[in-house]
Design a protein around this ligand. Structure first.
Ligand SMILES: C[S@@+](CC[C@H](N)C(=O)[O-])C[C@H]1O[C@@H](n2cnc3c(N)ncnc32)[C@H](O)[C@@H]1O
Length: 273
């Protein structure tokens, strides 16, 4: 066996002997140092009503400041709970920490669609090793005074725990979405709504059109995992339809460079003026 191969095997063996906490510590510390030298910024396209161009530019500039190579506190938190948002298949937590850091100590209302089923027979499953509720627990840890809500089509993974409450919802059914928003714990508006559900264009549109009214002034509505192939449809819809219908919002399509994923590491970020 070549010396090089032997060395690689020993290194991998030693790495796997380390507990996950130690591995993550080394990974994140190394990435923080290297990321400060090798910066990478997201590609951002802004949309919205022409009367509010300044707000769209502001949002775009804020998003373009993010260095996606430097892990944030939220990356560490989400990884610890087992969500793939923080330096796993996706690196969205670099953007989220940048947008939400000033809200951390506030009593935010946050809602996330998609709790993370581990039933392999359901669409958008996290697989048998997935941890249902991972990102909701991560949000509760990050927003220490926040009320955290979630929903999913899979009834079996619903749970209530501390400041977290979850609901049943099928995002393809308008009536199910309306019914959910009408339930009393969800009557207020939200600082943050994140859609991490079915991840088809039709499902995104259905939940978006029936939920945007829940966003408070200054709040965010974010769709995760927008597909490269769906970008032309999104651009067209944002430019010709949503900019007019939702003129109180700025919209940005945010393409995050990431070594593990160049197919669906795109966010749609909407901020209410
Ligand atoms: C990628 S997982 C969510 C992961 C979780 N947010 C996290 O970061 O840990 C996607 C979830 O969307 C749910 N889902 C699939 N189709 C749905 C639908 N029609 N309505 C609501 N949720 C749906 C799945 O059951 C699954 O739990």
């Amino acid at each position: 066996m070549a010396v090089k191969t032997l060395r690689r095997r020993i290194r991998r063996f030693t790495w796997e002997l380390l507990p996950p906490v130690a591995r993550n510590f080394i990974k994140f510390t190394y990435a923080s140092v290297v990321g400060r030298v090798k910066r990478r910024r997201p590609q951002v396209e802004a949309f919205g009503a022409s009367t509010a161009a300044e707000q769209h530019d502001q949002l775009r500039a804020q998003l373009e400041e993010v260095n996606v190579n430097v892990p944030t506190k939220l990356c560490r938190i989400m990884t610890r709970y087992g969500s793939d948002k923080g330096a796993g298949w996706h690196n969205y937590t670099t953007v989220y920490h940048h947008l939400f850091t000033n809200l951390r100590r506030k009593q935010v209302n946050l809602f996330e669609l998609g709790i993370g089923t581990n039933n392999p027979n359901l669409a958008s499953s996290m697989g048998v090793d997935g941890k249902p509720g991972a990102s909701l627990r991560g949000w509760a840890d990050y927003f220490r005074s926040g009320q955290i809500f979630g929903a999913d089509i899979d009834q079996n993974i619903l749970f209530n725990e501390g400041r977290i409450k979850t609901f049943h919802c099928d995002q393809l059914r308008k009536s199910a979405i309306e019914e959910m928003w009408a339930s009393s714990p969800l009557r207020d508006e939200f600082e943050i709504v994140i859609e991490d559900g079915l991840h088809t264009f039709e499902a995104n549109v259905s939940f978006f059109e029936n939920s945007l009214h829940k966003i408070r002034k200054g709040g965010y509505y974010i769709i995760e995992d927008v597909k490269q192939n769906d970008l032309p449809r999104w651009r067209e819809r944002l430019r010709s339809h949503y900019s007019v219908r939702y003129s109180e919002f700025s919209f940005c399509l945010v393409n995050l460079p990431w070594k593990f994923n160049d197919s669906d590491n795109i966010l749609l970020v909407a901020r209410r003026h």
